[in-house]
Ligand binder design. Sequence first.
Ligand code: NAD
Ligand code: MG
Ligand code: MG
Ligand code: MG
Ligand code: MG
Ligand code: MG
Length: 339
Amino acid sequence: MSKVLYEKDIQKEVLQAKKVAVVGYGSQGHAHALNLRESGYDVVVGLRPGKSQQKAEADGFQVLPVADAVKQADVVMVLLPDEHQTAVYEESIKPNLDAGNAIAFAHGFNVHFSQIVPPSDVDVFLVAPKGPGHLVRRTYEDGGGVPSLYGVYQDVTGDAKELALAYAQGIGSARAGVLETSFQEETETDLFGEQAVLCGGLTSLVKAGFETLTNAGYQPEVAYFECLHEMKLIVDLMYEGGLENVRYSISDTAQWGDFVSGPRVVNDETKERMKEILAEVQSGEFAKGWILENQANRPQYNAINAKESKHQIEQVGKELRELMPFVKQPLQKDEKNEQ
Ligand code: NAD
Ligand code: MG
Ligand code: MG
Ligand code: MG
Ligand code: MG
Ligand code: MG
């Protein structure tokens, strides 16, 4: 088994002597900046003018243009959307890095796929929380944390690993577990996981179940409760105690159905498709497509997004959730992807 590290395994001094620039104040940025500050680290936020800037200032941070924040800092954590990192890096980050500084990322995409080539005289590391930014913040406030992977791409000072670990501790991840990885492993597993399982696999499974029921004439409200709403309750059980805990809690009828029907839905053919997806991630084919899609101003992304938002499951879901006030409201648009 790989060694998972916790609070007691981590030295904090190496980061305490330094100033951290958190560049970006979106989903991850706000969580890193607030958690690091509350863990006792010295944080400045780097942003262009806009909503995020107002939010970071309201949270009491010194907010500077990205170039100035980088100049002041010893450690620069890049928490911009992956698609915008290269441009901001070339214009405002790279020219202002000093020898012996560190540049850090929460996802290895741009470094691994050569969109950012860091200078040879800085440390380069990764701290990738395995959870959404808003939970990085919420769990920290509740005394917990989201686990993180850390990895070192380049170590010029001899301290890169200790810096990465202290950073992970600062955002609360050492409360949950910190595990070593490489930029390659983090990038490939993260892209595969979100495409095949967490995001793509899950939303497609939910939609397919919903469509099968409604096409067979069942009420959309019933199909929504069955295929989407109840998903969270099952996943909570899985999160707390694995598959065994789900199977303990569900009826034996449900468990028998799980055993005999689950492998017919996700079968050898599905696994073949998963292998294809993984191969496209590994070869850089997925990355190339996404980079080009962005260069073309996202024609396919926008078209699919518009179509998806009109799906019946979204319409019926909105109506049903309004009648369940205890269900937390979705994230406001300015909390996520504020540009
Ligand atoms: P986000 O879209 O939520 O926030 C981006 C921030 O960057 C915003 O504050 C925005 O105002 C700012 N910004 C955008 N363009 C800018 C520019 N040109 N100059 C200055 N500031 C600019 O992004 P995010 O989802 O937090 O993602 C940040 C990084 O974290 C990415 O590398 C992503 O892969 C990684 N990550 C995200 C999550 C997640 O939960 N969203 C999880 C793990 C890793
Ligand atoms: Mg500097
Ligand atoms: Mg990801
Ligand atoms: Mg992820
Ligand atoms: Mg049972
Ligand atoms: Mg049931």
